[in-house]
Unconditional design. Structure first.
Length: 179
């Protein structure tokens, strides 16, 4: 939590830190080149804007190819922001610990998707489990940043001018899509 901080960026950028976590995702291919870790024993309880995330990205191709989901690891690296994502980089040292040295993490159930960036920030890098019906509306960044766009319901979002005329109606339609 100290590495993530409670704002949009890490409060300790540029500092070398040591942390422990459970591997929740590995990205050995596709350009993401790293792993996601989460503080042992966390998850399951929804968060609110202003709380710190328990997740963190570790930029390390070596870690992505040598760890598996569920591994308990320690990581020493340099805290930084990369395209608004807090990560450890600077040639992180990732050490696998013995099985059972970390309490497992659980996905946090979300009744609705957080609507604003401030509401999303407490979940950065964490396992979440959206409840209800959602449609993938954008998968462009899946291989670059490990993200997908979701919208509630069974219909994908449309480009405004596919539905309404250009101009004020299209701007209003796009504004509605954001919420």
């Amino acid at each position: 939590k100290d590495i993530q901080g409670t704002g949009a960026a890490t409060p300790i950028a540029g500092q070398r830190v040591l942390t422990r976590g459970v591997v929740t995702a590995t990205y050995p291919a596709g350009g993401f080149s790293g792993i996601s870790i989460q503080t042992p024993g966390t998850g399951g309880t929804p968060k609110t804007a202003g709380q710190a995330s328990d997740g963190l990205f570790v930029y390390s191709a070596a870690a992505a190819s040598s760890t598996a989901i569920g591994d308990c690891v320690t990581v020493e690296g340099t805290a930084e922001e990369y395209f608004s994502l807090t990560q450890l980089s600077g040639t992180p040292v990732v050490t696998k610990l013995a099985a059972g040295e970390c309490a497992p993490v659980v996905a946090t159930p979300l009744a609705t998707l957080p609507p604003t960036d401030a509401d999303k920030e407490p979940y950065e890098g964490m396992l979440v489990a959206p409840r209800g019906t959602y449609t993938i509306t954008n998968n462009y960044q899946v291989n670059q940043f490990g993200t997908i766009g979701l919208t509630p319901g069974t219909e994908a979002l449309q480009v405004a001018t596919n539905v309404v005329a250009p101009g004020p109606a299209a701007l209003a339609y796009e504004a509605e899509n954001v919420t």
